[in-house]
Design a protein around this ligand. Structure first.
Ligand SMILES: Nc1ncnc2c1ncn2[C@@H]1O[C@H](COP(=O)(O)OP(=O)(O)OP(=O)(O)O)[C@@H](O)[C@H]1O
Length: 339
């Protein structure tokens, strides 16, 4: 059954201003940084960096969305504005009806944040002491704190780690500890910035499973920033791609193939070595003895192509390879397929 996030300080005005379909909303949001660069002894130059450039999107309550882009694209800046740490230079931004930079403390009751590269835990204290401090800081009702802590300890397998000082935890253990810390006050929105960075395969699987269940069972809205596209493939139906502060794509992961003009590959085994297969709408990209590789547009059906080759060539076997999502995205980053 889906739990609700009751008792989180939600007021009637919040509910009125944030419908479920625009639970998170950005309208023409910008962030410009003034940067001083030293150009010589006692001389410096002022420069403006447009980290986020007129971004608009909405996220519905309960959605799990991937937010990806190359280094310096503006992902962290967006998340910092969504938490209220940074104030936008322009545009309108709301999370659960709240203007984050104006009401950061009130918003903090309703959001959880995990920065993979930094910890919110007290380094020298045992894990449980960080949780106790958060219990007080967020004024979490005792029963709810206990219920959430028990659930996180069980699902994230933290039982044996609670008395260990954070500095002695492995990266994967610390990450699980950080995720639990972000959820003790039962936030409705969870921002995750690189939650699987540096984790081994087993820890990644565990973290992903936990996030999937959290989203499905509790309806927590999740915005996930990651360089690991398998995180996105396994967790998010919708993905937004940002580059140079601009939103380049917003849609299903599968749609990226069309935008990225990606190709599928037909691997054909012939009875014997033959010259490259000559068919319309596909081109031979590699030949190795009787095996040939043909690239064709990912959006195009493979059936007519297969039928044609089967009719004209001595076919033994064939298989279709899906495009590599990383290649599709790097093509987008290279600017060949901006939308
Ligand atoms: N406090 C700041 N002062 C000046 N420039 C900044 C500041 N924070 C970010 N920037 C610049 O804004 C741009 C976007 O940075 P941001 O950290 O949001 O990118 P990112 O997509 O999160 O990158 P990464 O994947 O490397 O973390 C970069 O050019 C960065 O140098």
């Amino acid at each position: 059954m889906r739990s609700t996030h009751a008792d989180t300080g939600v007021t009637a005005s919040d509910s009125a201003s944030a419908s479920d379909s625009d639970f998170i909303s950005l309208d023409g949001v910008e962030k410009v940084f003034d940067v001083r660069k030293k150009t010589g002894f006692l001389r410096s130059e002022r420069r403006q960096v447009r980290a986020v450039d007129s971004i608009s999107f909405t996220v519905s309550r309960g959605e799990m969305v991937g937010y990806i882009g190359p280094n310096g694209a503006g992902k962290s800046t967006t998340i910092k504005m969504l938490t209220g740490i940074l104030t936008p230079s322009g545009g309108r931004l709301r999370v659960a009806g709240i203007d984050p930079s104006r009401e950061r403390t009130r918003l903090a009751q309703r959001i959880g944040v995990v920065f993979g590269q930094r910890t919110t835990l007290w380094w020298d204290l045992p894990l449980i002491d960080s949780y106790r401090l958060m219990h007080r800081m967020y004024r979490i009702p005792d029963a709810r704190y206990k219920e959430n802590l028990d659930r996180c300890v069980e699902l994230l397998e933290l039982g044996e780690l609670l008395d260990v000082p954070v500095r002695q935890l492995s990266l994967g253990q610390r990450m699980r500890g950080d995720i639990a810390a972000a959820l003790l006050h039962d936030p409705e929105v969870l921002y995750l910035d690189e939650p699987t960075i540096g984790l081994d395969v087993v820890s990644k699987v565990r973290v992903r499973e936990f996030l999937r269940d959290l989203n499905a069972d509790r309806g927590t809205t999740v915005l996930l920033t990651t360089h690991d596209l398998s995180d996105i493939e396994q967790l998010c139906r919708r993905v937004m791609v940002i580059d140079h502060g601009r939103l380049m794509y917003d849609g299903p992961l599968t749609g990226l193939h069309e935008v990225g003009e990606s190709e599928r590959t037909l691997v054909v085994d012939l009875e014997r070595e033959l010259p490259p297969i000559d068919v319309e709408s596909a081109r031979v990209v590699k030949v190795e003895g009787p095996r040939q590789w043909l690239a064709f547009p990912a959006a195009q059906s493979a059936a007519p192509l297969v039928a044609r080759i089967a009719a004209e060539y001595p076919l033994v076997d064939l298989s279709v390879r899906e495009p590599d999502i990383e290649a599709v995205i790097s093509r987008m980053y290279a600017g060949k397929a901006t939308s």
